[in-house]
Design a protein around this ligand. Structure first.
Ligand SMILES: C[S@@+](CC[C@H](N)C(=O)[O-])C[C@H]1O[C@@H](n2cnc3c(N)ncnc32)[C@H](O)[C@@H]1O
Length: 428
């Protein structure tokens, strides 16, 4: 046992902060002990002649300080880095205010969560990084917290252009571990994208997780370009799409009946191209989209009994018309409120390019009951549940759905919610 200057003892602030809860009572007890005799020496690890790290004795040290004593008895522990944590906990078990494993975990977790690397934490404790690694490995919860942090730092380093080898050296892990972390993360991002999440959303989510992902670097991961709404005229935009890439087209073309609701006080603008040119527009667009659809694919075209005799032959020019689906909706009438029957259904022409099966578990019926969508946003907005049924019947997960009269984007939302890729085109 030797006496050293109190100033030579370094307390780890992180541990001190955690232990302050039960300190007052214990400090008082030690102050009494020191005034009327002695107390056991504090346990330290020697760094050099004027620097000792406190392993056990936070309350005794504080008691001494409050008594304005200049010196304190120490016992230097001859311990390797790897024993520091165990010794601190073990020594503390012997007296009234034990320093527990839980507290120690809390200290480490706080450091990890503040974004410190293993090496930085090791420096705080004046021990080697491998000692920290071992300590953390033993505790699965901690391993997870730190694991996640290392993953994020690793991904950020690679995104910044560092080689896997270099990153491995920084974090003291193998090169293959870095490659594995990177590939796992990249596959997760690709999976998300293929299941309908837009690039912008992926970037936002990753940034929330502290991954410094940019749209630019994300673009390098993917060959195709989808999950996006293109603003423009479909006749100009469809030709830019990849040939034979689309699995299912769902369109709700401008009606061709100068749609305007009599039900609402404020009337919507006439829908763009919603006049006799609409049939020409439909014809031209179908001709263009045919090429963009896979060899075996489906198309759904929303229409009305009022124009079906014009729409049908246009579809039949390019596709095999297979059915006319009735969407049976709840009625709150539009149109002539006094002198006519209320509209309770809409029609959806279903056609195919080549041969493609329906994927539904049970054979779908050509009458689908579904509540109307809230049309505040767009006067002819279609309900998600209806669109989802069409999408699930005609595509497998991750396949591509196109709606080039996207309107409010209901088909796009339904595709996303069904885990399908999507592209929308809308002129307005
Ligand atoms: C009947 S609405 C579609 C509504 C959509 N199904 C929904 O649920 O919101 C037709 C849409 O096609 C758009 N449109 C009209 N002509 C277009 C064109 N040449 N290219 C792209 N979009 C066009 C209109 O602006 C309108 O939003």
């Amino acid at each position: 046992m030797i006496e050293v200057m109190i100033d030579y003892i370094e307390e780890l602030p992180e541990i001190k902060a955690i232990r302050k809860n039960h300190s007052e009572e214990a400090i008082g007890r030690y102050m009494e002990k020191y005034e009327f005799g002695t107390s056991k020496p504090i346990l330290v690890k020697k760094i050099n002649r004027q620097k000792y790290i406190l392993i056990d004795g936070h309350h005794r040290l504080e008691a001494k300080k409050r008594l304005k004593n200049k010196k304190i008895d120490i016992k230097i522990l001859d311990i390797g880095d790897k024993e520091v944590f165990d010794k601190a906990v073990e020594a503390n078990q012997e007296h009234g205010v034990p320093y527990t494993k839980e507290e120690e975990n809390e200290v480490l977790k706080t450091l990890i969560e503040s974004g410190k690397t293993q090496q930085q934490i090791a420096n705080i404790f004046h021990i080697g990084q491998s000692a920290i690694a071992m300590r953390i490995k033993r505790d699965s919860m901690l391993a997870k917290s730190l694991g996640d942090k290392i993953n994020i730092s690793t991904i950020n380093e690679v995104l910044n252009g560092k080689k896997h080898e270099e990153v491995a050296n920084i974090y003291g892990v193998s090169r293959s571990r870095v490659t594995q972390i990177w590939n796992d993360w990249k596959n997760e991002v690709i999976e998300q994208y293929e299941s309908g999440t837009s690039k912008e959303e992926i970037v936002e989510q990753q940034r929330e997780n502290k991954v410094n992902l940019t749209l630019e670097s994300l673009n390098e991961f993917f060959e195709g370009d989808y999950n996006k709404l293109i603003k423009g005229d479909c006749l100009k935009e469809i030709p830019k799409l990849e040939d034979e890439s689309v699995d299912c087209v769902i369109i709700d073309p401008p009606y061709g009946i100068e749609y305007q609701s009599n039900y609402r006080k404020e009337k919507y603008d006439y829908i763009q191209d919603d006049n006799k040119n609409t049939f020409e527009l439909l014809d031209k667009s179908l001709k263009l989209v045919l090429n963009k659809m896979k060899k075996n694919s489906h198309i759904y075209v929303f229409t009305s009994w009022k124009v079906i005799e014009k729409v049908k032959p246009i579809i039949e020019k390019y596709f095999e018309l297979k059915n006319c689906i009735v969407w049976n909706k709840n009625n709150w009438g539009m149109g002539d409120l006094k002198n006519n029957y209320a509209e309770k259904y809409e029609l959806i022409l279903f056609a195919s390019k080549g041969k493609r099966p329906l994927y539904a578990e049970t054979r779908p019926l050509n009458v689908i009951d579904c509540e109307r969508a809230d049309t505040e946003e767009h006067p002819t907005k279609k309900p998600l549940n209806l669109l989802k049924q069409l999408i699930i019947n005609s595509t497998k997960p991750k396949e591509l759905v196109l709606d080039y009269f996207a309107g409010s984007g209901s088909t796009l939302d339904a595709s996303k919610e069904s885990g399908r890729r999507w592209i929308g085109i809308e002129v307005k």
